[in-house]
Design a protein around this ligand. Structure first.
Ligand code: TA6
Length: 274
């Protein structure tokens, strides 16, 4: 499968498959491998890669279209590359509608994923509506983080945020300052704050996640039983990953003809004190 490798002067690097414009590797200047990819992942036409950063569009989760939409299983094109004033290495990947996508989702669209690798990793997702009718969509960067040990991993910044829990339906609000992981977790935090921090004490580092233009953060770990049901995921891999996803969902974006929408996420990785 065609892949693009980005290398920054600092030593940071990234790998992106054109299949889904799917980032599978982000290695920081300090040599930290931040993203998780399952050893059992498929790398084949029509099937999403399990891990890294899947691009979810135009539907989040289940619904009338394929789960999590169509963008993660399409082959994207390289539109442009550039070197930013700050030395960041940038690539723009593009996906446009075709007969196959219109058979699934009857709208013309143009998607752009702008990936900038510097001391931080910044991803901007842009949706354009070249058609004559508005269309609604939901989207997410379904990021899989690699962690040394899920029992030594916590997420900060969501206290007081309302969430939808797929495992325990009904309205709820996050009461914890520090979210820890000890069972299957599958929650959408809607109207979530723009900044959260993932503490990976086992690897002695923390990941700062800053979103803009998007309303939601999704937190997922399949834990024991669901891991066994996933054919492209190892039974024990839940111990070494957690998804913290940034996106726009529930209240879909409705894009007018000729209009465009953008959402951005910036990731930084820094050492934990002590
Ligand atoms: O983002 C969380 C979630 O929607 C979970 O419900 C879980 O199913 C996960 O996505 C993975 O979905 P996938 O279609 O990639 O197996």
């Amino acid at each position: 499968m065609p892949r693009v490798d980005l290398a920054h002067a600092s030593g940071a690097r990234a790998e992106i498959y054109l299949h889904g414009a799917h980032i599978t590797v982000w290695q920081t200047a300090r040599g930290c491998d931040v993203l998780f990819v399952s050893c059992a992942s498929h790398f084949k036409e029509g099937v999403p890669i399990r891990g890294g950063i899947p691009v979810i569009f135009p539907q989040f989760g289940d619904g009338p279209f394929p789960k999590h939409g169509l963008a993660r299983t399409r082959t994207w094109a390289v539109a442009r590359t550039a070197l930013g004033a700050d030395g960041a290495v940038t690539i723009i990947l593009r996906l446009e509608d075709d007969a196959q996508t219109r058979a699934l989702w009857p709208h013309p669209f143009c998607l752009q994923l702008t990936v900038s690798l510097g001391l931080a990793l910044t991803i901007e997702f842009t949706v354009k509506n070249p058609g004559s009718a508005p269309f609604p969509f939901q989207t997410a960067l379904h990021t899989y983080f690699q962690v040394a040990d899920i029992a030594q991993t916590s997420l900060l910044g969501l206290k007081g945020t309302a969430f939808e829990d797929f495992l325990h339906p009904g309205p709820a609000v996050e009461t914890r300052e520090v979210i820890t992981f000890y069972r299957e977790t599958d929650r959408i935090y809607v109207n979530a704050p723009d900044h959260v921090v993932l503490d990976d004490r086992g690897n002695k580092h923390k990941i700062s996640i800053t979103k803009s233009g998007m309303n939601a953060i999704v937190v997922w770990n399949p834990w024991i039983e669901k891991s066994k049901r996933l054919d492209d995921f190892g039974d024990d891999e839940y111990r070494h990953m957690v998804c913290v996803e940034t996106g726009h969902m529930r209240a879909p974006v409705v894009l007018a003809p000729g209009a465009q929408w953008s959402g951005r996420t910036t990731f930084t990785c820094s050492a934990l004190p002590g």
